[in-house]
Ligand binder design. Structure first.
Ligand SMILES: Nc1ncnc2c1ncn2[C@@H]1O[C@H](COP(=O)(O)OP(=O)(O)O)[C@@H](O)[C@H]1O
Ligand SMILES: N[C@@H](CC(=O)OP(=O)(O)O)C(=O)O
Length: 559
């Protein structure tokens, strides 16, 4: 019945709703799939992607086979994984060398590489842009950040033995752009995106040239030229569905025709109406990586950082933070959403949709196991997984001016936020009042603009008394909410001893998160104490004990 010839085929899935549906069900969004067993074009296709055989009997009579090549070696016809390296992994020529070595050490992988800008280049480009607004055209040459960016990239190219010409045009264009900004005396979100794109465009060009120089055939890609189609929300664009088939076609098509390691710019896209360069929000290269993973139906997505994986809390707040070995997509999304800088908040979505494991690894310590993020994990022993702090949050206490028993109050409040396009983070309600925090992450600066805040308050005051409380922090406790009583008991023990007053508390419907709102100036100390209580002691032993001033657990004093 089935023969075992291996074919690489390009299928026009859009032509067949039945087939598209099946492909979605298999989490195989890629239009290019590998047919392992093949009966006829019209019936009973059995498909596989990389090592996983996805046996699907498909009666898709209208599948169009656009292209079919018989391949002798099935193993080499597909890219296998995506490896993303952030700015922290790529800060210098030395780091680029190490990263190249690391990539090549995975002999059995055929990876797609996604790179961010080198080191702190994105921040420097933004600063240069801000200075250009007010410095005058003739002074653009002397903007310090421009000189630092030029020097870093030229020195890196030189140290790697790569011809400077690979970035010369970009450096020239960058200076022209800054002169344009100086002339216009304004830096719009659209211009900001064009400005920061130079970081990724240059890092990928230097790296691809270096890989070729050392004999590893590589091909550079600008994401905005290979089908990363986004909304036109400059500085925080969303990836559109069209992206998946387009990116799969570009990368897989080139790979089949002429295999070379793809080196893709992270963070960047192309606005579907404007056709201008957009960015996916700070840290957006993680999202580029997971998008490629889903588009190509890859086996694994690796994000390489400068820490041993996702940690139990931000190591900048508490250096004793430890790696979390396993997370679910939902847990990782929650902790990213609540401010853990280690992952982009939207990046888990494509991985979850494609059911592709994400591994967070340390490019400075590749032997560390890192964190594996998958659809499900064993939660039987999990209590608290991580603690995340989001600072400088604005909280609103909104009390209805009407009597008890009035209906429609909540609906009115939320319709005001909807109308003003402001999203709300944490909410707690009673019948006549609502406390909530406003989500600053939609905005480039991650801070709510005062004008917007004034506008919200003005609208809310038509129906309520509003108290604005600024400089608050959200401490988000991610873990097994099935054990919320145990978690809360320990939390309140710690906070009571520390004399910290919780101003609001919310247990999300997501069942992985409990959020506490405290004053900004108490928040870090609070995280440290909670970390000591939960991670530096055996939680099963915590019953009957409490947490001392330094956060360690001891017997209750009255016992
Ligand atoms: N819970 C956490 N786990 C790991 N890292 C965290 C966490 N919270 C904050 N971080 C910070 O995130 C950094 C890694 O993220 P990022 O700077 O975006 O890396 P990259 O530039 O390599 O993508 C770490 O160096 C660490 O300081
Ligand atoms: N360079 C961009 C995109 C990015 O993802 O960077 P990183 O991977 O270094 O966080 C930024 O700084 O936001």
């Amino acid at each position: 019945m089935e023969n075992t010839l291996h074919f690489s085929a390009t299928l026009q899935a859009a032509a067949s709703p039945v087939f598209s549906k099946r492909m979605n069900k298999m989490h195989c969004q890629s239009l290019r799939v590998q047919m392992v067993n093949y009966n006829s074009v019209a019936t009973n296709l059995t498909l596989s992607r990389s090592n996983r055989v996805l046996k699907v009997s498909c009666e898709a009579a209208s599948v169009d086979v656009l292209e079919m090549n018989k391949t002798e070696n099935q193993a080499e016809t597909q890219l296998t994984c995506v490896m993303k390296f952030g700015g922290s992994s790529l800060a210098s020529a030395w780091r680029m060398r190490e990263v190249a070595e690391l990539i090549l050490s995975f002999r059995n992988e055929r990876p797609v590489i996604v790179l961010s800008a080198m080191g702190k280049t994105t921040n420097k480009l933004l600063l240069a842009g801000e200075k250009a607004v007010s410095c005058g055209v003739t002074n653009v040459d002397s903007i310090e950040e421009l000189s630092i960016i030029k020097e870093l990239h030229l020195r890196t190219a030189k140290e790697l033995g790569v011809d400077e010409s690979v970035i010369a045009k970009h450096l020239e264009e960058l200076e022209q752009l800054l002169k344009g900004i100086a002339m216009m005396k304004e830096l719009t979100p659209r211009t900001k995106d064009y400005l920061v794109s130079f970081g990724e465009c240059m890092s990928t060009r230097i790296f691809a040239a270096y890989m070729n120089k050392i004999g590893a055939k590589a091909r550079q890609y600008d994401a905005f030229k290979i089908g990363f189609i986004t909304t036109d929300d400059f500085t925080n664009a969303d990836i559109l569905e069209l992206t998946y088939p387009a990116v799969a076609q570009s990368l897989h098509g080139d790979w089949i025709r002429d295999p070379a390691i793809p080196i893709v710019t992270g963070f960047l896209g192309k606005g579907w109406r404007s056709c201008a360069i957009t960015t996916l929000g700070r840290g957006g290269s993680d999202l580029t990586a997971t998008t490629i993973g889903k588009a190509l139906g890859l086996r694994e997505i690796q994000v390489w950082k400068d820490v041993d994986g996702v940690l139990t809390c931000d190591p900048n707040i508490y250096p004793l933070a430890e790696p979390v070995p396993y997370l679910t997509f939902d847990e990782a999304a929650e902790l990213a959403y609540f401010g853990a800088q280690v992952l982009h908040p939207q990046s888990m979505r494509p991985a979850r949709e494609g059911d592709i494991p994400v591994r967070v690894k340390n490019s400075y310590n590749s032997n560390a196991p890192g964190t594996l993020i998958t659809r499900t994990r064993d939660m039987s022993k999990a209590v608290l997984t991580s603690i995340v702090l989001k600072r400088n949050v604005t909280m609103l206490d909104i009390v209805s001016t009407r009597m008890l028993g009035q209906f429609g109050f909540l609906a009115k409040v939320f319709s005001i936020f909807e109308d003003l396009g402001i999203s709300v983070d944490v909410v707690a309600t009673s019948e006549v009042s609502i406390s909530l925090t406003l989500d600053p992450s939609k905005l480039w600066s991650r801070e709510l603009i005062q004008q917007e805040l004034d506008h919200v308050v003005e609208e809310l005051e038509k129906i309520a008394v509003v108290n604005v409380l600024q400089h608050r922090s959200i401490i988000s406790l991610n873990g097994n909410v099935q054990r919320s009583s145990l978690i809360l008991e320990k939390v309140f023990n710690v906070l009571h001893i520390k004399g910290i007053n919780v101003q609001m508390i919310s247990q999300g419907a997501s069942k992985v998160n409990i959020s506490l709102i405290v004053n900004d100036d108490e928040a870090e100390q609070c995280v440290r104490s909670l970390h000591s209580a939960f991670f530096e002691s055996d939680v099963s032993e915590l019953d009957g004990k409490c947490v001392s001033d330094n956060g360690s657990v001891q017997l209750r004093s009255e016992e």
